[in-house]
Design a binder for this molecule. Structure first.
Ligand SMILES: O=P(O)(O)OC[C@@]1(O)O[C@H](CO)[C@@H](O)[C@@H]1O
Length: 307
């Protein structure tokens, strides 16, 4: 079974306006809400592509219930760890001149509730299962939280995909995940320098693989394509020329497709991941990839073995 864990889920509120004007009332043309947070996004894409996963997340208040209702409507299976604080609402402003994304913090979640997360995982996740741990942590939760959770899951024989940024990514790596999926900025923050050349991504990636005993690094590079780096082989996926509507959730769509298709082997799974990531870019708003777009793009993905 595939599980996803979203410690800091959100409702993504997408507000369409013409333009932002200081000191004036801006009338929104349209407001659309989506259930979100990176792990929830992954579960929604897995469902869209015909797979099954269980989205585990911490939800609270009316927003938390609304997210559950939306997941119910989409047929996404979920397990909620109910918290007493209201789940956050992230704002995405779509203006004529581009997109502004405002990610808001969540209120503090009690220490006891955090301990519950490990208990819930222990109760439902089994040896041989797969888990995708994605996104930020609620306010006040130390990045070490990810070290502990991932370490425990590895002890139980669970295969861990991990997607986080900054200190959370660094801390989570100490727990020993199998695969990480940074984007270019996250990767550069992790290695502590700006990277211009492909060879440097590969060299730094190989170092990380050895240092943390990673099975794979899935490195998404936006309009420059994507890299799959493993100890014994590496692949480069060329960028596809698609209409760019919204990059929100492209990385989550990429990861979801990779995880779902992993049994087809690295090459095929990477192909699906690139088709899904690009399909998400085509879809407006915080809509994730659509299955038909993914299927249409599959033939256009060009992958090259680089070592
Ligand atoms: O604040 P986090 O947990 O890092 O990310 C949350 C978020 O920005 O990630 C998704 C896109 O990947 C959005 O749907 C959502 O608003």
């Amino acid at each position: 079974m595939i599980f996803t864990l979203t410690m800091n889920p959100c409702l993504d509120r997408y507000i369409y306006v013409d333009d932002l004007k200081l000191d004036d009332t801006i009338r929104a043309k349209k407001v659309v809400d989506y259930p979100a947070g990176k792990g929830i996004d992954v579960s929604r894409v897995i469902k869209e592509l015909g797979g099954i996963s269980v989205a585990i997340s911490l939800l609270g208040g009316d927003t938390g219930r609304k997210i559950e209702e939306m997941l119910d409507m989409e047929g996404v299976i979920y397990t909620t760890i109910r918290v007493s604080v209201e789940t956050r609402t992230n704002i995405i402003l779509e203006t004529n001149s581009g997109q502004f994304r405002i990610s808001v913090p969540t209120k503090k979640v009690s220490r006891k509730k955090l301990e519950t997360v490990l208990e819930v995982l222990n109760a439902i996740v089994r040896k041989g299962d797969i888990i995708v741990i994605s996104g930020s942590l609620p306010t006040g939760v130390s990045p070490d939280f990810y070290t502990g959770i991932i370490f425990a899951l590895k002890q139980w024989g669970v295969y861990v995909y991990f997607d986080a940024d900054g200190e959370k990514l660094k801390s989570g790596l100490l727990g020993g995940p199998d695969v990480i999926k940074p984007n270019q900025h996250e990767f550069e923050r992790l290695v502590g320098k700006k990277i211009e050349k492909f060879e440097d991504f590969i060299e730094q990636g190989k170092k990380l693989i050895l240092e943390y005993n990673l099975k794979e690094i899935l490195l998404t590079l936006g309009s420059k394509g994507a890299l799959l780096l493993a100890n014994d082989e590496g692949y480069f996926a060329k960028p596809i020329d698609v209409p760019v509507n919204s990059a929100v959730g492209a990385g989550d769509s990429f990861l979801a497709a990779y995880v779902l298709m992993r049994d087809k082997g690295r090459y095929e799974a990477f192909k699906w991941a690139n088709a899904a990531g690009n399909a998400a870019v085509m879809t407006p708003g915080t809509e994730l990839c659509k299955k038909d777009d993914v299927l249409n793009l599959l033939d256009r993905v060009q992958i090259e073995r680089i070592y």
